[in-house]
Design a protein around this ligand. Structure first.
Ligand code: 13P
Length: 220
């Protein structure tokens, strides 16, 4: 097996592991969510549509080109209905190599309430995922969603999608998964503070200090 083939197989296996983890953590349910990895400038691995991401096999993952053309896939399987959103991230963020889309319940609750998570109430929210803006609702599955994301892609690693869910992107798939987990955890922390009746936000100086201290790992 060539090194490229081995890397690709490992990426396929990692997509299956991440899908299972999203499913087990209840960040997706049923057939929700999608995952991709950019192998190189010509090839992107993409999860199939209408398949549970908790029950994927490496051979189920499809391969598409940056223009969306299908390069490889098992018969009967089609790329995720959100493949255009993943391609838009790769087009506008050449430094990113993995995208995760899920419906984390508490974070998505904020997106349904029309709220982002932009003010910093926890050190993680200054660093990773960093402030998470709300992208206003557009219908999923077409060109509207990728177009709506474009103005928000720079300077963030996680976005809330109005009335829909969340998307995270990173140089590696593991990081994109961790950003999704961290977004959901921070949404729960924030909601708890709101229910307790008060949120102590960190000041601009405290946030600047954290970003400086953790500059190498801070989301950009
Ligand atoms: P796909 O199964 O087509 O990837 O869609 C799942 C989803 O969650 C769309 O938002």
């Amino acid at each position: 097996m060539s090194e490229a083939a081995r890397n690709e197989w490992e990426a396929r296996e990692e997509i299956c592991q991440v899908g299972r983890r999203l499913y087990d953590l209840f960040l997706v349910a049923g057939n929700n969510g999608n995952i991709s990895v950019r192998l190189n400038e010509r090839e992107i691995l993409m999860t199939p549509t209408h398949v549970s991401k908790g029950m994927l096999r490496p051979e189920d993952i499809l391969k598409i080109a940056p223009d969306g053309a299908l390069l490889e896939g098992r018969s009967g399987l089609k790329p995720s209905s959100e493949y255009r959103m993943h391609l838009a991230v790769y087009r506008h963020r050449p430094d990113m190599h993995a995208v995760v889309h899920a419906h984390p319940p508490t974070a998505t609750g904020f997106a349904v309430a029309g709220r982002g998570l932009e003010r910093v109430f926890h050190p993680e929210m200054a660093i990773s995922p960093g402030p998470v803006p709300l992208v206003p609702y557009v219908p999923p599955g077409g060109d509207e969603l990728p177009e709506s994301l474009v103005p928000y892609l720079a300077g963030h690693r996680a976005l809330l999608l109005g009335n829909h869910g969340a998307v995270t992107y990173a140089p590696t798939l593991r990081e994109a998964l961790f950003l999704m987990e961290s977004l959901e955890l921070n949404a729960r922390i924030y909601l708890t503070a709101v229910q307790l009746g008060h949120v102590n936000y960190l000041s601009d100086e405290q946030v600047a200090f954290l970003r400086d201290r953790y500059a190498p790992v801070a989301a950009r």
